[in-house]
Design a protein around this ligand. Structure first.
Ligand SMILES: Cc1ncc(COP(=O)(O)O)c(C=O)c1O
Length: 361
């Protein structure tokens, strides 16, 4: 791997071009910075942007920080992703952009979404933060939207703790986004401290008690600055290696996910090809938190990502009326994500499956 940090940047961009076939690749401080910069570059201030109701809060923050109006869209109950019938119902609100996400690394129907967006002249930002290396309708994830983003943040498929990428085939858009990105702050110790504070708060806010509106508002004010930053060159040192090792990384995830499919065949999971970030397991919502606690007590690093964005958006933009999102709400209340990263092996998958089966039997 390159010994000099600047060469790591060139190598990372080249590898991402090769993985996706994209012409333009920019490295960003985080995935959300790319979403923010694309919305600003396309002058989405005051315009309606559609996003899944059960995606990561940082996507919502990026939309708000760009001055756009977020509109939560319900998802398909079986896939957890946006679908055409849900999107169709949003047309009355005259949206200008849509941010489809490949939830858990499982493909959103991009072929249909792109066709629909072209017909209605919406700008598409494909959120491939969780789907690096996945194939989507015969093309790589990240190769679909007018713009796309990846994340190399903590816990992502290629985990560099920090970093992201913005991709497009449109050279003018890339130049505009690059210009916006020069205006965001450089990562430093203050941002690191704020990140740690926010991670602790995020954990607390989503424990058993729902967060209050004032807590959401207070944290957005204090930590909203985390939505975008640039990284010093040194932070790209390990990314080329992560990208070179991607096929092996994905094969490991696919193998472990197949084992979970076999061991937990009584639980529903949408079994589609993808680049599986974490194994999505759905359990009845009344028992979800008990099971999660049991897994934590037994040192399984399980999570419940992502909670519905409805309470957060209600708090941050109370003037907006949020349409009902029953599928996203139901999925958010019943999801458990099981880790599939390199620290997990087949024995750990069997142990975790046994913990689940003995509790749920
Ligand atoms: C679905 C989804 N979209 C976008 C992002 C943004 O990535 P980043 O954390 O690098 O800004 C994340 C990250 O947590 C995510 O989970």
């Amino acid at each position: 791997m390159p010994r000099y940090p600047k060469l790591s940047i060139t190598a990372s961009r080249q590898l991402l071009r090769r993985i996706t076939g994209r012409e333009q690749v920019l490295l960003t401080g985080r995935g959300a910075a790319g979403i923010y910069a694309a919305l600003v570059a396309r002058q989405m201030q005051g315009k309606i942007v559609l996003l899944p109701a059960n995606t990561c809060y940082i996507v919502l923050w990026a939309v708000l920080r760009a001055g756009a109006i977020p509109h939560l869209v319900d998802v398909d109950l079986h896939t957890g992703n946006l679908s055409l019938d849900r999107l169709e119902s949003c047309l009355v609100d005259k949206p200008s952009a849509v941010i489809p996400c490949h939830m858990y690394g499982l493909p959103a129907p991009m072929n249909e979404i792109m066709e629909w967006a072209r017909e209605h002249q919406l700008f598409v930002i494909e959120d491939a933060a969780l789907a690096l290396g996945a194939m989507v309708d015969g093309k790589p994830a990240g190769a679909w939207g007018d713009a796309a983003i990846f994340s190399f943040g903590l816990g992502k498929i290629a985990d560099n703790e920090l970093g992201g990428a913005f991709l497009t085939d449109n050279a003018t858009l890339a130049a505009d986004v690059e210009r916006v990105l020069t205006t965001v702050p450089l990562w430093d110790d203050d941002l690191l401290k704020l990140t740690e504070e926010w991670h602790d708060a995020y954990w607390d806010l989503h424990q058993d008690e729902p967060a209050s509106a004032s807590q959401y508002r207070e944290y957005f004010e204090r930590c909203g600055a985390l939505t975008f930053y640039r990284l010093p060159v040194d932070y790209w040192r390990d990314v080329p290696e992560l990208l070179v090792n991607l096929p092996e990384n994905l094969a490991h995830r696919t193998r472990l996910a197949a084992l979970y499919d076999e061991l937990l065949s009584g639980f529903s999971r949408s079994k589609r090809e993808g680049a599986i970030w974490r194994y999505p397991l759905y359990v009845p919502s009344a028992r979800r938190n008990l099971l999660l606690q049991h897994l934590w007590n037994n040192e399984v690093n399980a999570t419940r990502w992502y909670p519905s964005l409805r309470p957060m958006l209600n708090a941050l933009a109370p003037q907006l009326s949020i349409p009902p999102t029953p599928h996203a709400d139901a999925l958010a209340d019943s999801i458990i994500n099981l880790p599939l990263d390199a620290s997990v092996d087949e024995a750990e998958v069997r142990r975790t499956a046994n913990l689940i089966l003995s509790t749920e039997a």
